[in-house]
Design a protein around this ligand. Structure first.
Ligand code: PMP
Length: 351
């Protein structure tokens, strides 16, 4: 006989993340990590961690990091919220800012964690289909709702909305919170943080996981009007008042201090992406226009599930989504040039 608690949790649909095989010889192009190490100062900051920094609790406000990240975005420290990866920041946003009587809107297709949080936190939602060309049409979001969340660039398509299009959504929805999830913004997009001073309903979420090569550290941030940030703080404090441990705070500060490493690293990923996109086009793939650190591609004549398995047999792991409309696509993260050459070589052998 099932007990009530097993029913409560048992009815939830757990989020299934991409595979994380550890320490293998695989060419791992499945979860959009950076192929490059973080800024050199990051490891230096971690190894310079002192006994005191481990012995004592961290600054619960992470004030130094907040001030540094805020300054980079032209904002004040109380317009920044920090969390253990942007997933945690987004989870708090679903609890604090999107819980309305009306359904929250997000694109179908987009980040598969959104419906999971809706279910977990009892948030009603309605998905808005992408246009025929897989783009997001701002006009589709001008309908009564309890909030909006859109990844920009979208995942897994990689297609970018312009700031003008985001402004159109903000203007059509002044009374609900619009969350722009910028996990991949640094690979060719322009951040919407510049719109925050004019739009008090905008929350921009970023992460150090992709463009700062720190997925293993778990650092994410949200930027917005101080009232939105206060709402997030209130929810966070009800869980655990430490946004980031001492090591993560020091390491993220060191990353923010090295702007030249940051732009060079993003630029490397972008140029590899453009080179690989051209090669894939030449092999008969359709390549959606990506401004992210991955490409979303489908082959004119070969089945995606079959390509996925054939690549896997050759030690190359990419992502395949067994979902209507996108089940003929592969999402391929941008790795080093050598990794991408291994992918292209494997594809040439398969096709
Ligand atoms: N948003 C999107 C669109 C993502 O693809 C991811 C990474 N899977 C995240 C947020 C969360 O990333 P993290 O928690 O590592 O910051």
């Amino acid at each position: 006989m099932s007990r009530f608690w097993s029913e409560l949790a048992g009815n939830l649909t757990p989020y299934v993340p991409g595979e994380q095989p550890q320490g293998t010889r695989l060419v791992k192009l499945n979860t959009n990590e950076s192929p490059y190490g973080p800024a050199p100062g990051v490891l230096a900051a971690i190894t310079a961690t002192t006994d005191d920094q481990l012995r004592r609790y961290p600054d619960p406000q992470a004030n130094e990091l907040r001030a540094a990240w805020a300054a980079r975005e032209g904002l004040a420290a109380d317009e920044v919220f920090l969390g253990n990866g942007s997933d945690e920041v987004l989870a708090h946003a679903f609890q604090a800012l999107l819980k309305h009587a009306e359904p929250v809107l997000f694109p179908d297709i987009s980040y598969s964690f959104y419906p999971v949080w809706c279910e977990l936190y009892d948030v009603e939602f309605r998905t808005i289909p992408l246009a025929q060309d897989f783009s997001i049409k701002p006009g589709d979001y001008a309908q009564r709702c309890g909030g909006i969340i859109i990844p920009n660039p979208n995942a897994p398509t990689g297609i970018l909305l312009s700031l003008e299009q985001i402004r159109e959504i903000l203007i059509s929805q002044p009374d609900v919170v619009v969350v722009i999830d910028e996990a991949y913004i640094d690979f060719g997009g322009e951040s919407a943080t510049s719109l925050i001073p004019r739009h008090d309903n905008l929350l921009v979420v970023q992460t150090a996981s992709k463009s700062r090569s720190l997925a293993g550290l778990r650092v994410g941030a949200a930027f917005g009007h101080r009232d939105l940030i206060a709402g997030l703080e209130r929810v966070k404090d009800s869980f655990n008042s430490y946004p980031l441990d001492n090591i993560a705070q020091r390491a993220a500060l060191a990353s923010l201090a090295d702007e030249s490493w940051f732009s060079a690293s993003c630029q490397r990923v972008i140029s590899t992406r453009e080179r690989v996109a051209l090669r894939l086009l030449g092999m008969g793939f359709e390549v959606l226009p990506s401004k992210a650190n991955f490409v979303f591609v489908r082959h004119a004549s070969r089945d995606a599930a079959e390509l996925f398995s054939a690549l896997r047999e050759r030690q190359v792991i990419v992502r395949y989504f067994n979902k209507p409309r996108i089940d003929q696509f592969l999402r391929i993260s941008i790795g080093t040039d050598a990794e991408m050459d291994a992918l292209l070589e494997a594809l040439e052998a398969i096709l």
